[in-house]
Ligand binder design. Structure first.
Ligand SMILES: Cc1cc2nc3c(=O)[nH]c(=O)nc-3n(C[C@H](O)[C@H](O)[C@H](O)COP(=O)(O)O)c2cc1C
Length: 181
């Protein structure tokens, strides 16, 4: 797929066919996501693939802060990727101090770039994704035993698409861009 087509045609997919996503396909997506840029090439993003129905259902029932919409997406997907980041690396000096005045900002920045690269790679392979931000990160970390050196950044529900949603409206370049000079 052309890069610009991939960027434009990717949608958040919330309904899935139930077709199995192979381990090889997931590895290919993670391998492509590893090409995302990161702070000093620290590559802090990690991915835990959860295919266990009981675990996904527990996340849906116990970890979505009462947001039924997200519980429904999780109950419909049969592969959930929990994106985590290695903490205190991106945006930090070796002595543990912040490199910039933006503090922890670069950790989420790196996670976001990696997540979008992941979603674009999945889309190119015909797999739909939906990044979920409304969840309790501590409960999810506890449920899937995330090591204390990592923090949960996002949930990415995945599956072969069973819907073809319309494009949510985008702002024009004129609204987004400010020129100086
Ligand atoms: C950081 C972030 C958090 C999001 N959280 C949720 C969520 O909790 N539930 C949901 O259904 N969609 C969520 N989304 C998906 C957005 O709603 C979606 O990207 C947006 O409406 C634009 O649609 P599109 O992805 O199809 O272009 C999230 C997206 C991002 C980037």
């Amino acid at each position: 797929m052309e890069t610009k087509d991939c960027i434009q045609s990717r949608r958040s997919i919330r309904r899935y066919t139930g077709q199995h996503i192979s381990r090889e396909t997931l590895e290919q997506i993670v391998s492509l996501a590893s090409y995302a840029p990161s702070w000093k090439n620290t590559q802090v993003a990690r991915y835990t693939a959860v295919a266990d129905r009981a675990v996904i259902d527990r996340i849906a029932n116990e970890c979505v802060l009462g947001f039924a919409h997200n519980a429904g997406i999780l109950q419909n997907c049969n592969l959930l990727v929990v994106q985590t980041i290695l903490v205190k690396r991106s945006g930090y000096e070796r002595d543990g101090s912040f490199s910039t005045t933006q503090g922890t900002h670069w950790e989420s920045f790196d996670a976001g770039i990696a997540a979008q690269t992941f979603c674009l790679a999945a889309h190119d392979l015909g797999i739909g994704t939906c990044i979920l931000g409304v969840f309790d990160e501590k409960k999810v970390a506890e449920l899937i035993n995330v090591p204390s050196t990592q923090a949960v950044s996002a949930l990415i529900a995945m599956g072969y698409p069973a819907e073809n949603p319309a494009v949510p409206q985008r702002k024009s370049a004129g609204e987004l861009l400010r020129f100086i000079g």
